[in-house]
Design a protein around this ligand. Structure first.
Ligand code: SF4
Length: 67
């Protein structure tokens, strides 16, 4: 699986809590923009999907369904 950022779901006005929750340091955030996933580091643990209350981090397979 892969993690995708659904940027329109992110209000982009805060420090992303998922960045701190990621055990692989795979999430990067520039300022208060939506985070981006470094797919080379991501281990698909799903921690970020659980942490984001806005549903801005999703498994790629579900993005089309959840939109
Ligand atoms: S799935 Fe896990 S390793 Fe990948 S970005 Fe989310 S928290 Fe980090």
């Amino acid at each position: 699986m892969a993690i995708k950022v659904v940027a329109w779901r992110c209000p982009q006005n805060h420090r992303c809590p998922a960045v701190r929750a990621c055990p692989a340091e795979a999430l990067k955030q520039e300022g208060r923009a939506a985070p981006v996933v470094d797919e080379d580091l991501c281990v698909d643990c799903g921690a970020c999907v659980e942490v984001c209350p806005m549903g801005a981090l999703q498994y790629a397979e579900t993005v089309a369904v959840v939109r």
